[in-house]
Design a binder for this molecule. Sequence first.
Ligand SMILES: Cc1cc2nc3c(=O)[nH]c(=O)nc-3n(C[C@H](O)[C@H](O)[C@H](O)COP(=O)(O)OP(=O)(O)OC[C@H]3O[C@@H](n4cnc5c(N)ncnc54)[C@H](O)[C@@H]3O)c2cc1C
Ligand code: SF4
Length: 496
Amino acid sequence: MADPKGFMTTPREEWPRRPVEERVRDWNEVYVPGALLPIISRQANRCMDCGIPFCHEACPLGNLIPEWNDLVSREDWRAASDRLHATNNFPEFTGRLCPAPCEAGCVLAINQPAVTIKNVEVAIADRAWQEGFAPPRPPDRLSGRTVAVVGSGPAGLAAAQQLTRAGHTVAVYERADQVGGLLRYGIPAFKMEKRHLNRRLEQMRAEGTKFRTSTVVGRDIGAAELRARYDAVVLATGATAWRELDVPGRELAGIHQAMEYLPLADRVCEGDLEVSPLSAAGKHVVIVGGGDTGADCLGTAVREAAASVTQLDIYPLPEAERDEDTEPWPTYPKIYRLSAAHEEARELRTAPAAVADARLFAASTLRFTGDPDGHVQALQLVEVDERRRPLPGTERTLPADLVLLALGFSGPDRGDGLIDQLGIALDPRGTIVRDDEFATNVPGVYAAGDAARGQSLIVWAIAEGRAAAAAVDRRLSEGASHLPAPIGPYDKPMRA
Ligand SMILES: Cc1cc2nc3c(=O)[nH]c(=O)nc-3n(C[C@H](O)[C@H](O)[C@H](O)COP(=O)(O)OP(=O)(O)OC[C@H]3O[C@@H](n4cnc5c(N)ncnc54)[C@H](O)[C@@H]3O)c2cc1C
Ligand code: SF4
């Protein structure tokens, strides 16, 4: 570190967000452009180089955090970029989207605000692009072996990039019209603008990865053909089978799944559609589900100028501070967090009937009621205790013209027939069973990301894609692989 007393003299400062009034009028990222680089070297210098970096272990990619903190504090951006890209294919994604379990494990966080690790990561990644430190890295020679990757989310992309760089000929199959998985359709542009994804895809194309979009594997190309054509197959199809809400009135019009709603808003941003057919404009919106997907619906509905937006969370209001008895440092604690979308809702008072940030905690949906035309009109809820038992006398009704269900995902979608055609074994949760080498029960077929892990995070998807690529490369090169693999355990609980 450039100044060993940095952690005592410099307070934590994060990348500032743009004013709410300004940012809800567009779809660009919520941060002030250009405001991170001037502060980041001093922030990196807050790293104590503690000797036993729990942050490094807490990061599923095993990012070399103290090393690049030191290099950034000395303004050696090229070396910092090399160290960062050594463990992470897409740091501009994680630097924007990761919930940063590393920061919960930062040793400084025992009694002070953690180092802004995620901000340092994104600063290195963006600077690397600016300065040309991340050129395409095509392989020196081809192995003559072929790999099909099914699914182009972060797991599929990481696997494809690693395998292409190892010299294999890789084709990525994607059923959507564009590459990116949830990074393309799902995660709103105000969290990560699509230009970051497009830039990486250009790099991957220049390295030799081929993309086949609008191709449903299992329908447009059969599983048998895929296996016959390629030496190995990596399934990175995500966990897109959504959970349902089985309450009276669910059949009414105007009640949609979050993942029916969010991709349409993305298409408006991309210029594919002028207006979303499910736009929240002028509507009373209720989001059922208190997680990140629900928060993304909230930020989207606010930008579409909803009349009101309320988000229901069945869990009680979390504590402000970690409970040292049940969730001691360095675990990732369940505490009250205010996302950018919640900050917007709080400032704009989108839900007068809810707590200030638009969320109603400990709220369980009882039923929906509709108008004579069969369109939803209201949602009835009841407060529940920690065991989800209704509290008598707490029923209330919220107006609702648009209801968005954000209740999570159970596993890979089986509608396209791929899993059944291949004869892939699933566990009781519905996710793909694979061994320590990422191999499924079908020889030559591997699985990575949400499809095998269950609904999770970008950082885990990249880590799994890298690890699966290393396993495939070991087999194709008969044990002579040089691809690094993040060290598991990959059977950890799904959330950070
Ligand atoms: C709305 C939303 C917001 C999120 N926000 C965050 C966040 O801020 N931070 C974070 O860390 N995580 C976030 N997540 C979770 C994160 O996006 C996922 O964990 C991650 O994208 C999983 O990556 P994946 O590659 O396994 O699958 P996915 O990204 O789901 O990609 C799978 C791809 O496979 C394709 N596919 C499926 N079947 C076939 C087939 N038969 N043929 C061809 N293609 C097929 C799908 O079309 C899809 O493009 C969010 C999730 C959602 C739903
Ligand atoms: S990927 Fe996530 S956990 Fe790893 S260093 Fe970046 S922010 Fe931290």
